[in-house]
Design a protein around this ligand. Structure first.
Ligand code: FER
Length: 255
């Protein structure tokens, strides 16, 4: 897991743009790179966060610099918020309900809105979804319910809660079984999962147990799932930016 070059945290001479996309009583943020993108990433914040959690200068400068240096093909990034505007309960229990419900909104509202704005519908193969912590939980719900929409799934320090809160840790076998069943139910399309966490991350025990249990389902997952643990990695955005620095250039790779 390479560190982010220090200079990538500073503003890039050729930055992309960020605009607000309103829908209903909510909005998503859209990052458009300086050159047209072949690929789009839906990137989901963690518990208590919002559209701005990922879209801070540190992260956007990194992406600008990666694209400018030719390390990353131009990538459009959409940052929605899974909470309703009136929601005050940001506990894991309430967030767990919100993220499951959010998949319908992602499909019906956010994806069409973003891709209309960009002026093209992206192919499934060029669409990715990722998120940190509760955003990782969201990414697994997208895997369960929207495998038709996305090819790449990057759950970062978040497990699958289909069997309950932190279910990847509490019920790893049942969670793995549900994920494998969801692949079959959705017609077993090709996909890539790249799950990443850190050895000192609070979600490590949950994601780790789940990823190990998934090894019992090679028909569903063999050759399609990658799992990395960064030694010493903790549960914060700075660490997650480093995972994305390493993982984003791999999106869409078919090898
Ligand atoms: C986990 C997934 C998500 C986890 C915690 C969270 C401790 C989120 C917590 C929060 O939003 O407060 O596996 O393990």
């Amino acid at each position: 897991m390479k560190p982010i070059p220090m200079e990538y945290l500073s503003a890039c001479a050729r930055p992309g743009t960020v605009e607000t996309l309103p829908y209903g009583d909510k909005f998503a943020l859209l990052y458009a790179p300086v050159r047209p993108a072949e690929r789009i990433l839906y990137l989901i914040h963690g518990g208590g966060g919002d559209q701005h959690s990922f879209f801070c200068p540190e992260f956007l400068n990194m992406v600008d610099n990666m694209i400018d240096a030719g390390e990353l093909e131009p990538l459009t990034i959409v940052s929605p918020c899974f909470y309703d505007p009136a929601e005050t309960d940001k506990t894991p229990a309430a967030s767990g309900i919100a993220v499951k419900k959010f998949i319908g909104e992602l499909r019906e509202e956010v994806v069409p809105l973003a891709e209309n704005r960009v002026g093209r519908a992206f192919r499934r193969e060029d669409r990715a979804v990722s998120g940190f912590s509760m955003g990782g939980v969201t990414t697994w719900y997208a895997f369960l319910e929207a495998l038709d929409l996305f090819y790449d799934f990057l759950p970062l320090s978040g497990d699958c809660w289909v069997c309950g809160e932190t279910g990847g840790g509490k019920f790893p076998e049942a969670t793995a079984e549900a994920l494998a069943a969801a692949v079959a139910k959705q017609g077993s399309p090709d996909f890539r999962v790249h799950a990443i966490t850190g050895s000192r991350d609070i979600a490590f025990p949950n994601l780790d147990a789940q990823m190990r249990a998934m090894e019992a389902y090679p028909d569903a997952f063999r050759g399609k799932v990658r799992y990395d643990v960064m030694e010493g990695g903790v549960h914060d955005y700075e660490t997650i930016f480093r995972y994305l620095y390493n993982a984003l250039p791999e999106l869409g790779r078919r090898e």
